[in-house]
Design a protein around this ligand. Sequence first.
Ligand SMILES: Nc1ncnc2c1ncn2[C@@H]1O[C@H](COP(=O)(O)OP(=O)(O)OP(=O)(O)O)[C@@H](O)[C@H]1O
Length: 233
Amino acid sequence: MLKISSLKAGYDETMVLNNVHLEVEKGKVVSILGRNGAGKTTLIKTIVGLLKPMDGTIYWNDQEITHELPERRAKKGIGYVPQGREIFSSLTVEENLILGFEAVSKKIEKTLVLEEIFELFPVLKEMLKRKGGDLSGGQQQQLAIARALAGQPELLLLDEPMEGIQPSIVEQIQEVIVKIASKKGIGVVLVEHSIDSAFACSDEYYILDKRTVVSKGVVKNTNIEDIQQYLVV
Ligand SMILES: Nc1ncnc2c1ncn2[C@@H]1O[C@H](COP(=O)(O)OP(=O)(O)OP(=O)(O)O)[C@@H](O)[C@H]1O
């Protein structure tokens, strides 16, 4: 569904990524690993359309989208949860979810989608009328993912969803990631710092280092020790 080839990206004069190739298939979880500053967020922002690539091509379901605006990419089914879970803290959980529907303005069977969301995140159903800002960090992250799912994406990009979250909720988020990929066929791109956490819920991995992909593979065929060299500081 998503295919990136020979991508070059960065900021003004600084090239952060060079010659990056990446593919994500329907129903697969692909994690992007790499040290601080390796370019993981830069890659995600380029896929979402927030950053214009310097070179290379991005294909979505065999159509080139390299120069399309972020809104058009969202409408085509590319959902995004940025780092730091940007929910609207003065709006209720319910209002946040409604914004998720509106963001893509396509015809959505809202009641059905909400039911699916509450099945994945039961805590949100209990807190519908509560302000987003009054939720715990982990609950806010769940809300941010739920809001992206309200737009019925085919691909979901998650930038460090487990960052700073208590272990029990990390496990829940990992379970949700596995479920939305395997049961709903959504492709997931997951940016993670921890290789253990990434491997707990991913099918494939890519490691960024020195501006490019230095290792990639299928998680179940990979020994963590063999690739740790690219991640130790
Ligand atoms: N808006 C920006 N303008 C200029 N340089 C930037 C900008 N955002 C990021 N960078 C630089 O680009 C490089 C890659 O940053 P990026 O955030 O993509 O890395 P990352 O792998 O996501 O890092 P982290 O794991 O710390 O989140 C870094 O050197 C960073 O300083």
